[in-house]
Ligand binder design. Structure first.
Ligand code: F0G
Length: 431
């Protein structure tokens, strides 16, 4: 019922669903999973079926990914590897909205997943496929979150897991997760892009399965977030969906999710997808402003938002399709803007890790340029939990945060811990 197809327009080579491939063996292009033939069920029946599953006690029904399994390339009797991912909250965020000069803003918090990031929605599908293919080992390159997520799902599936990370550049929280879940952690000299190259060589072995977002099954799992979001919004799409961009798997997944929802009549229009990158790690934003030229990687990406410190995003072609099809854009924000937006998201009682805050920083910038109007509806995707990088938070609030070019970040929303405060002056704290 499902098959894999190369996305390169003049190739379009097809492969069966169980071929262990990451890119097209004919042209090296990225692969999509596609359905052969039309969907058997209509939109109204699907909506009510998915709603009913929310009250079920079965693992597959309770997972926010497998609940939408009519759109996933697996048979009903597949043994799924699940940690109860998805079903994440869609919050109103009045302070962040005000900061962006919008009348309202919604934040979908993918940090509320089992390992604290959006990666879990893709990992449940990719590790399920790994087990189905009989892989003995799963591997990935990572800036930290993919590593933590893969380590957890591999542990659940009883598979050996090896992850390759840029030495000294991954937050302690993420590394701690991977170690505790039992993954073999290899730190190498160099950045994420060097890790990605190293891992590609490893995955030529047949018993090894690569689960970076170049793997189309990761994208299949992650696309269900578009379904969950549509359901939470009563199937009415917002004008804009804004998300951070690093390796560009998430933007690709949202693009695919909305495209499939539209084609099945579940929604009647797609939101404009806007991708936000950190100024010092922005090859996709550069390509967006001049897409007549070739895509140029960033040799030395720089940002304190370590999750998106990526110069050679593997999925840029799919992400480009998502942005251009929906009429969205790709923009950059500065380290200062990321830091302040992050603190503002915290003030809404929500919080997130630095990479996620590019969204609110980006929305503020787009409203300032009138690219988003104040009465338009906007949803931002927060990709990781506040506790993923507490070192950054503590530095921001103690005014010791220093950017990648040795620039001092002057936090506008600093909340310094008070040491030795005389609590007899308790009144002062209430102001
Ligand atoms: N936000 C967070 C918190 C991330 O961890 C990542 C990517 C992104 C945004 C960017 O998403 O790559 O799909 O464009 N982290 C990867 C990792 C690269 O290894 O954990 P993307």
């Amino acid at each position: 019922m499902f098959f894999q197809r190369c996305i390169t327009p003049d190739c379009r080579a097809e492969y069966t669903i169980d071929e262990r491939l990451y890119v097209c063996s004919r042209c090296g292009g990225l692969l999509d999973v596609e359905r052969a033939g039309p969907l058997a069920t209509d939109a109204a029946s699907l909506r009510s079926l998915w709603r009913q599953r929310l009250s079920s006690l079965a693992t597959r029904d309770r997972s926010g990914v497998w609940r939408f399994r009519e759109f996933l390339p697996f048979d009903d009797d597949t043994r799924v590897v699940s940690l109860g991912e998805g079903n994440t909250p869609l919050y109103d965020a009045p302070r962040s909205a005000d900061y962006c000069r919008l009348s309202q803003l919604k934040l979908k918090h993918q940090g509320n997943n089992p390992t604290g990031s959006f990666k879990d929605t893709g990992m449940t599908a990719a590790v399920t496929q790994a087990r189905k293919l009989g892989a003995r080992m799963v591997v990935c390159a990572s800036t930290g979150n993919t590593a933590a997520s893969l380590a957890a799902y591999a542990a659940r599936a009883d598979l050996t897991c090896a992850i390759v990370v840029p030495g000294g550049q991954v937050s302690h929280a993420k590394l701690a997760q991977a170690l505790d879940y039992g993954a073999k952690v290899v730190e190498i000299e160099g950045n994420f892009d060097a890790c990605m190259n190293a891992i590609r060589d490893l995955s030529r072995d047949d018993s090894v399965y690569l689960v970076n977002s170049i793997n189309p099954f990761r994208i299949e799992g992650q696309k269900t977030v578009a379904f969950e979001l549509a359901e939470q919004l009563g199937w009415q799409m917002p004008d804009h969906l804004v998300l951070p961009g690093g390796n560009l798997g998430n933007s690709s997944a949202f693009g695919k999710g909305f495209r499939e929802l539209l084609a099945s009549g579940l929604i009647d229009r797609q939101p404009k997808i806007t991708v936000v990158q950190a100024e010092g790690a922005a090859p996709f934003a550069r390509f967006y402003s001049d897409h007549e030229t070739d895509f140029v990687n960033e040799a030395e990406p720089k940002t304190l938002a370590s999750a998106i410190k990526i110069g050679a995003p593997v999925s840029w072609r799919k992400a480009w399709r998502a942005v251009s099809e929906t009429g969205g854009s790709v923009i950059t924000v500065s380290e200062q803007e990321i830091a302040d937006a992050k603190a503002m998201i915290g003030r809404d009682g929500i919080g997130c890790e630095p990479a996620s805050a590019t969204t609110v920083a980006g929305i503020r910038k787009l409203v300032g340029e009138s690219a988003i109007k104040d009465d338009e509806s906007v949803v931002a995707i927060l990709t990781g939990h506040l506790l993923k990088d507490t070192d950054y938070v503590m530095k921001y609030h103690s005014e010791t945060l220093v950017g990648p070019d040795a620039q001092q970040i002057r936090g506008r929303f600093v909340n310094k811990p008070m040491r030795g405060q005389d609590l007899r002056n308790f009144q002062d704290l209430q102001d």
